[in-house]
Design a protein. Structure first.
Length: 92
């Protein structure tokens, strides 16, 4: 995310953990091209408007286990629904 923001790319981050969200907002001096959303990604993407993304980085590190509901067909379809026609997804 830091690389995208430093290259002046409009970036949106969705974070479910309120502690992480507060740390980022308090200590990282968010630039204008970064929008930080405190939400469950499943809920956020299922209600997303028509905005399309060129790049989606699906990073769900959770301290050793990844939540399986972030790899369901439904969630991956929701990712595809907000991805531009020429966009790509990286699952890390």
């Amino acid at each position: 995310m830091k690389t995208l923001v430093s290259q002046d790319i409009q970036t949106t981050a969705i974070e479910i953990d309120p502690f992480i969200t507060s740390l980022v907002q308090k200590y990282f001096n968010l630039p204008g091209n970064l929008t930080m959303i405190h939400s469950d990604a499943i809920v956020a993407l299922s209600h997303w408007d028509s905005k399309q993304f060129d790049y989606i980085i699906h990073d769900v590190f959770a301290g050793g286990t990844e939540p399986l509901n972030l790899f369901t067909v439904e969630f991956l379809r929701n990712i595809r629904a907000v991805l531009s026609d020429t966009g790509f997804v990286a699952i890390v």
